[in-house]
Design a protein around this ligand. Structure first.
Ligand SMILES: Cc1cc2nc3c(=O)[nH]c(=O)nc-3n(C[C@H](O)[C@H](O)[C@H](O)COP(=O)(O)OP(=O)(O)OC[C@H]3O[C@@H](n4cnc5c(N)ncnc54)[C@H](O)[C@@H]3O)c2cc1C
Length: 304
């Protein structure tokens, strides 16, 4: 039996595993694909302190070396079932059944996609899902933000400080973003809100050059020339397999800053948590906090 199983080998899970291993707790990391999570899939990262510009794959390789060095066991298997009812918890994969005293859930989330032609082709070449991550690559350029909620409005405001023109494209009438954000959008002369519009295709050569936009009221279609498209239409937490009593209605896990969940001995970290800023550094901070809480839980419950 392990002291702790960390499910998910992204920045949150790997940080948690470094902390628990270094605290002398036997630690298993279960990862369904490859270590590093979304960070490993990101081409370039320029907001990770200490590295002005680093390839995601390079950072992920460094994370892996650190985790292995700290003594965690890593198994590349997908967790497909969880039993958290008893003091000894069980995590199942297709071929194994692992017992543990505590679990740290760090399964992350995925950005919701538009599902239109060109989106996949130009991801990383003008299509982005994160203004905080990629805004700086579009200095003085024209971009679009797709969406109308708080995240989309926040992206538009953030990008208006960097880019020349920001088209905020929303398929409905009034934006669902909160009043204060809507008022701030109105004050920015370089933000143009396009209501009742739908982006139908992203076009370009090597990178994004224009988008095809449908007007849902008039039925007309127009092309807009630009350099980038930021998609902000929601995040999907990887929580389908988790017990429902851990989850909020939107599928994220509600925790305190210390990573404790509604179930004793079950902790959560990273993009799976309900929080305001989804970044590598915040995921890592969550991982460290969840590991620390796990240590306290094991000491109190198992005199570890
Ligand atoms: C395109 C893009 C660019 C980004 N750029 C930046 C950036 O420049 N700077 C920045 O700070 N942040 C960036 N982010 C955000 C950052 O990558 C995430 O906030 C961070 O990776 C979250 O870490 P995490 O460990 O919580 O989740 P993830 O990175 O999502 O890792 C979760 C891991 O869990 C695994 N997993 C899921 N389900 C299971 C299962 N059932 N069993 C086993 N394993 C499972 C997944 O395979 C994955 O490896 C970017 C995100 C995206 C999508």
């Amino acid at each position: 039996m392990y002291d702790v199983i960390v499910v998910g080998g992204g920045p949150a899970g790997l940080t948690a595993a470094i902390y628990t291993s270094r605290a002398g707790l036997s630690t298993l990391v279960l990862e369904k694909m490859s270590l590093g999570g979304q960070a490993a899939l990101t081409y370039r990262i320029d907001n990770y302190p200490g590295f002005k510009d680093i390839y995601g794959a390079e950072l992920a390789a460094d994370f892996e070396e650190h985790v292995r060095d700290a003594g965690a066991e890593i198994v590349l298997e997908e967790a497909v079932g969880f039993d958290f009812d008893k003091e000894v918890k069980v995590v199942r994969t297709a071929s194994n059944h692992y017992e543990t005293k505590a679990v740290i859930l760090a399964l992350g989330s995925e950005r919701r996609k538009l599902g239109i032609p060109g989106e996949e082709k130009y991801t990383g070449r003008g299509v982005s899902y994160c203004a905080t991550c990629d805004g700086n690559f579009f200095k003085n350029e024209d971009i679009a933000v797709v969406g109308g909620g708080n995240t989309a409005a926040g992206y538009a405001l953030e990008l208006a400080d960097i880019c020349r023109t920001v088209f905020l494209i929303y398929h409905g009438g009034e934006l669902p973003a909160m009043y204060s954000l809507r008022k701030r959008l109105e004050k920015r002369s370089n933000i143009k809100v396009l209501h009742n519009r739908e982006v139908r295709e992203i076009l370009g050569s090597n990178k994004v050059e224009q988008i095809l936009v449908g007007n849902l009221k008039s039925g007309e279609t127009e092309t807009v020339k630009l350099d980038g498209v930021f998609v902000a239409v929601g995040m999907l937490p990887n929580s389908d397999l988790l017990p429902k009593d851990l989850l909020l209605p939107n599928g994220f896990i509600q925790t305190d800053e210390d990573g404790t969940t509604a179930l004793p001995g079950v902790f959560a970290a990273g993009d799976l948590r309900q929080k305001k800023l989804y970044q590598i550094v915040t995921a890592m901070s969550d991982g460290a906090n969840a590991a620390h809480s796990t240590q306290i839980y094991l000491r109190d419950s198992f005199e570890k």
